[in-house]
Write a protein that binds this ligand. Structure first.
Ligand code: 5AD
Ligand code: FES
Length: 372
C-alpha cells in the first residue's frame, strides 16, 4: 500500500506522518473534544500504536493533566492489611490455592501504627488493601476506619477489599471511608471468565462497582494490560466501560506472571501499551485520578516516572510493615518489598522531582484542586 508521507510539527517536534498515523491523531483529537469514541475507534487506536502516535498522545495527555492538576502528584500510603483470600483468580499470587504463600493478617493495632507512621511522613490518604479475607466483617473494617478518621481529621481513607454486598459497603461509607478501589479486571464477560474460576461472577463485579457509585464513594476501577486472552476488542470494551461508568479513579498496570499461578508461563504485559492507555484515559477523563502503578515500576525501573509523563497523577508507595511486604506478592519481582516506608517516600519524591513534578501532601480528592 502506498503511504502518503509528509511532516508536521507539534510542540516543537517534527513528525513523519502517513495515513494511519493521521487517523490515530484525528481520533485522539476527537477524544479530546468529545471525551468519547466508539468501540471501533478505541480498537483502532489500540491496534495502531506507534512511536509518532505515542509521542503525540503523551504530550497531549501531559498538557491536559497539567491543566487540571498542575505539577502535583498525589501520594497514597498503601497498607496491605491481609493476604488471605477466598478467591482464586488465575493471575494472582495470593490466590486461595497457592499453598506456598505464607499468609498474614495485620492486627488492628498494626494497621493503626502504619497510619501513624504514614501521617508523620506526610501521607493524607491511606489505602487499606487486602485479599477477600473472611475475617473482615464490615463492622470490623468500620471500626478501623472510624479510628483513623477520628484521629486524623484531614485524611482520606480508601478501601480496596474486594466484593461485599451493598449494605456492607454502605456501612463502610457511613463509618467514614471516602473511596473504594475495585478493579473490574476486564469489561468483557467471556474474558473475565478466562481469568477467574466459576465461583466468581462478572455480573457481581459490575454490580459491586455500581453499588459503590450509588452509595457515593469516589470509585476506582481498572484492569491489567496484557492479561492472558486480552485482545484489542476487549481493551476497547475496557475503555468504553470506563468512559460510560465515569469513575473518579482508574488503575492500570501491566500483567506480570507469578510463578505459583495458572498463568505462570504467560508473557508480561507491555509497558508501552500501558503508557498509551494511561494517556488515553487522561484525555478521556481529564480529572480522573490515575496512579502510576507498582507493576509499571516492577517491569521498568523508570516506570513510575514514565507513567506520570504519560498522564498519571497518583503514586501509591508502600506503607505496610516491612516484615509482611514480601508476602503480599501478587506477581513476581514486585519492587519496594524490602524498604522502610520513609525510604520509599523519599525515593518516590526524588523520582518525581527529577521529572519536574512534586508530591502534594494533601488528601488529593477527585477534582478538588484547591486544597493546597
Ligand atoms: N500482575 C499484575 N497485576 C496483578 N494484579 C493481581 N495479580 C496481578 C499480576 N499477576 C492486580 C489486579 C488486582 C490488583 C490489586 O492487582 O488487577 O485487582
Ligand atoms: Fe520504594 Fe523507591 S519507592 S524504594
Amino acid at each position: 500500500m502506498v503511504k502518503d508521507k509528509y511532516r508536521i510539527s507539534f510542540e516543537n517536534t517534527v513528525y513523519d506522518r502517513n495515513l494511519e498515523i493521521d487517523k490515530s491523531i484525528s481520533l485522539i483529537d476527537k477524544l479530546e473534544k468529545e471525551r468519547s469514541l466508539s468501540l471501533e475507534e478505541y480498537k483502532y487506536l489500540v491496534e495502531n500504536l506507534n512511536k509518532e502516535v505515542f509521542d503525540y498522545i503523551s504530550k497531549k495527555a501531559r498538557i491536559i493533566g497539567d491543566e487540571n492538576y498542575g505539577k502535583d502528584v498525589y501520594l497514597r500510603g498503601l497498607i496491605e492489611i491481609s493476604n488471605i483470600c477466598k478467591n482464586d483468580c488465575y493471575y494472582c499470587g495470593i490466590r486461595h490455592s497457592n499453598r506456598n504463600c505464607e499468609r498474614y493478617r495485620l492486627s488492628e493495632e498494626e494497621i493503626l501504627e502504619c497510619a501513624d507512621e504514614g501521617y508523620a511522613l506526610g501521607y493524607r490518604t491511606f489505602v487499606m488493601q487486602g485479599g477477600e479475607d473472611g475475617k473482615f466483617e464490615p463492622e470490623y473494617i468500620c471500626g478501623i476506619v472510624r479510628k483513623i478518621k477520628a484521629k486524623y481529621k484531614d485524611v482520606a481513607v480508601t478501601l480496596s477489599l474486594g466484593e461485599y454486598d451493598k449494605e456492607s459497603y454502605q456501612k463502610m461509607y457511613d463509618a467514614g471511608a471516602d473511596r473504594y478501589l475495585l478493579r473490574h479486571e476486564t469489561a468483557d464477560k467471556e474474558h473475565y471468565e478466562k481469568l477467574h474460576p466459576k465461583t466468581m461472577s462478572f455480573e457481581n463485579r459490575m454490580n459491586c462497582l455500581k453499588d459503590l457509585k450509588d452509595i457515593g464513594f469516589q470509585v476506582g476501577c481498572g484492569f491489567m494490560v496484557g492479561s492472558p486472552y486480552q485482545s484489542s476488542a476487549t481493551l476497547a470494551k475496557d475503555l468504553k466501560f470506563i468512559e460510560e461508568f465515569a469513575p473518579e479513579m482508574c488503575g492500570i498496570g501491566p500483567f506480570i506472571p507469578h510463578h505459583d499461578t495458572v498463568f505462570k508461563d504467560e508473557k508480561s504485559g507491555s509497558i508501552q501499551m500501558t503508557l498509551f492507555l494511561i494517556a488515553i484515559l487522561r484525555i478521556m477523563r481529564p480529572n480522573m485520578l490515575i496512579p502510576a502503578t507498582t507493576s509499571l515500576s516492577t517491569l521498568d525501573n523508570l516506570g513510575r516516572e514514565k507513567g506520570i509523563l504519560a498522564g498519571a497523577n497518583v503514586v501509591m508507595p508502600n506503607l505496610s510493615p516491612v516484615k509482611n511486604r514480601k508476602k503480599y506478592e501478587l506477581y513476581d519481582g514486585k519492587v519496594c518489598t524490602g524498604d522502610e516506608a520513609a525510604h520509599c517516600i523519599g525515593c518516590i519524591t526524588n523520582r518525581i522531582n527529577n521529572i519536574g513534578y512534586g508530591v502534594a501532601k494533601v488528601r488529593g480528592d477527585y477534582k478538588c484542586l484547591n486544597m493546597m
